[in-house]
Design a protein around this ligand. Sequence first.
Ligand code: EPZ
Length: 431
Amino acid sequence: MEHILINGKIPLKGHIKVQGGKNAVLPILAASILTKEKVRINNCPDIDDVRHTIKLLEMLGCKVFFINGTVDIYPEKVEDTRVSGEHTDKTRSSIVFLGAMIGRLKKTVITKPGGCKIGERPLDIHISSIRKLNVTIFEKYGDIIAYTDKIKGADIKLTFPSVGATENIILTAVLAEGITTIKNPAREPEILELADFINSMGGKIKGAGTDTIIIEGVKELRGTEYSVGGDRIVAATYMGAVAVAGGKVTLSGIRTKDMKCITDTFRKTGMKVKVTEHSIICRRKIKKFRLKNVNYIETEPYPGFPTDVQPVMGAVMSYGMGISKIKENIFENRFMYVNELMKMGADIVLKKENAALIYGKEKLYGTKVKAMDLRGGAALIVAALGAEGETCIEDIHYIKRGYENIVRDLQLLGADIREEITGEDEKEDGR
Ligand code: EPZ
């Protein structure tokens, strides 16, 4: 069993170059099979979700080399094969191979990834949108089956700006005959990165980041080299760490224009946040004052407050002075971390309308807690950095899906944090 041990209340000091963006690189890795030529991706984070996606590329017939943050993909031999449950369950983001496989091979069978802990995560928007591109697509016994003789451009209007559905439409339409427009697409920065990546291969995608994306189908795409931007969610996590532990930290390697809602929200806590184009300096003199509460935060599609930062904000507000309300509008079950925070002494009431009412406390106390999902696990690390005494966080495999080395990064900043591996749990009868 692996767990993380943290002794809190040590102010953080120093500089971290933030890892490459998980939610940007995953669709980009899938998009690499849209060409038969070599693709090089730089600044790729070494995280479990990337490792699973690389295994999936190899299963499809690609040769892949991943060394020191650079991934070289040789996709000339992509064979049609079923993207099996073993991969789709390990990382839900594998669903983006649906669009990539249709784009490359005009057919695929992909096992529907199960819902995950944070929500049911249906695929109705993906399926209904791809169907409009002259693709026969249906679900059968837990698989999604899709095939076409010719992908044809179409006008698509999304009922909800789904990130994954927007990515799947782009991946299917980029080699279509004709023009595809997507109305009400997701506008997350990761969509812009995917469009930039595909355009560097010779794609013709305009309007990414706006309310209308226009994709002019091309005959083929060439190889490319592309550097992934910094991970805005990881940067926000480290901002939460400074807010709770105090100190002064510089975060670099990020596009701060993509983080306006995040930096504005952290300023409301009283933390000093200085922003340049690619770096953020966060500072909080821990002795000076308690964190202010932020009365109301609600998660929304970009450019609103990102759902992926919601758990970290819950941890920060657990120390805020006063009452904060956090409303989660994107996923139906993203407050699993609350129970764990309450074991540390946090005072939080979950409301029926998928919201949490947080009564900030001066102190939280270290104890044994469990990561229940990726961002909830990160929130526990943030909370532990401000707690009295030692916190032990179990089930840290969730955290490793998205954080390249959060323990090393926080150690570099002076935190008393380490990872321990213990043997299998003692059997009941002590065997
Ligand atoms: C992406 O998930 C991210 N994952 C998530 O990050 C992020 O929280 C989410 O976008 C929202 O920003 C990756 O990029 C790999 P959605 P995705 O489709 O694409 C519903 C993390 O922690 N929906 O925008 O799955 C869905 O159920 C992860 O890094 C439908 O109803 O998000 C959800 O409630 C977690 N039908 C909402 O839309 C559909 O067909 C948002 O989903 C598709 C989605």
